[in-house]
Write a protein that binds this ligand. Structure first.
Ligand SMILES: [Zn+2]
Ligand SMILES: [Zn+2]
Length: 287
């Protein structure tokens, strides 16, 4: 084979590989969101879903400890999920014990983002139960992932939106600065959106979750990251929530007192006062 035919062969190979990769990845990327929207709509049984707040800087039930950070446990979904772990493991584990949530019963851990007030309780939790799948943003440092693996836990690195278990999804990692994923639970009445700190913007996150699942938004809860915002900008966000058709709201953690007051005034009976020890029962979420 002379040099020219070798060059031709090389060019043909490059073209072939390029064509194949486009054929494969183009439609695949578009397909993910469509698959989520269509999936298993007839098989939802949401009756047993309950969300217990086990770590927050606001108190709901006396006798529990508060500290800066957020964590909650989702039951009644296919797997029992620990979403974030707060900032301090002794607070986390003591609240879990008082709320009669056995760490060994947790199947899945979802970490929203790398900040200490959301991942601080992880080590001691894994000491109690390392037989869990841990969903974390791909951008987490390598040594963090290594440490989690060394406990024996299995890691799932999230970048795009993804299914976590039946009717439970991650928005995928959002945000230009701090990378953060949000948990979505699909119910018979629409989706429940649970945020950690909402660094990518609470409205962006809710829009993304709604686009992804093509469903009504039943509840948005967690940190809304609106501390120190003016009354005007919070009111704008509240009206965007109304436009998005959000039925119930539960701002806590980094949402700020003013945000909580303004949401409560607007949402009235559909405002959920969240703090450590609050349990949100699916059956109570109807108008
Ligand atoms: Zn944060
Ligand atoms: Zn936070």
């Amino acid at each position: 084979m002379n040099r020219i035919s070798l060059l031709l062969l090389l060019i043909l190979t490059v073209c072939f590989v390029w064509a194949i990769s486009n054929l494969h990845f183009g439609p695949f990327n578009i397909g993910v969101e469509e698959v989520i929207a269509k999936e298993n709509k007839n098989h939802i049984n949401s009756q047993g879903i309950e969300i217990t707040v086990i770590y927050d800087n606001y108190l709901f039930k006396p006798g529990l400890k508060t500290s800066w950070g957020f964590s909650c446990v989702v039951k009644g979904t296919e797997k029992m999920i620990l979403f974030d772990t707060g900032g301090n493991s002794s607070v986390l584990l003591s609240n879990m014990e008082k709320l009669e949530i056995d760490p060994k019963k947790i199947d899945l851990v979802v970490l929203s983002h790398i900040h200490g007030d959301h991942i601080g309780g992880l080590d001691d939790f894994l000491e109690q139960n390392a037989e869990v799948d841990v969903y974390l943003p791909q951008a987490f440092p390598r040594n963090f992932k290594e440490k989690v693996r060394n406990y024996g836990a299995k890691i799932f690195e999230v970048q795009e939106n993804t299914k976590i278990c039946e009717n439970t999804y991650s928005t995928g990692v959002l945000g230009m600065g701090i990378k953060e994923q949000t948990l979505i639970v699909r119910t018979e009445q629409g989706i429940i959106v649970i945020t950690g700190c909402a660094h990518p913007g609470i409205v962006n996150i809710v829009k993304k979750a709604k686009d992804l699942l093509k469903e009504d938004v039943l509840l948005v809860m967690g940190g809304f990251h609106l501390m120190g915002q003016s009354q005007g900008s919070i009111e704008k966000i509240i009206s965007q929530f109304r436009n998005l058709g959000v039925h119930f709201v539960g701002p806590c953690h980094c949402s700020g007192d003013t945000t909580r007051q303004l949401f409560q005034r607007e949402y009235d009976e559909n405002y959920i006062n969240i703090g450590v020890g609050k349990v949100i029962y699916y059956n109570e979420l109807s108008e």
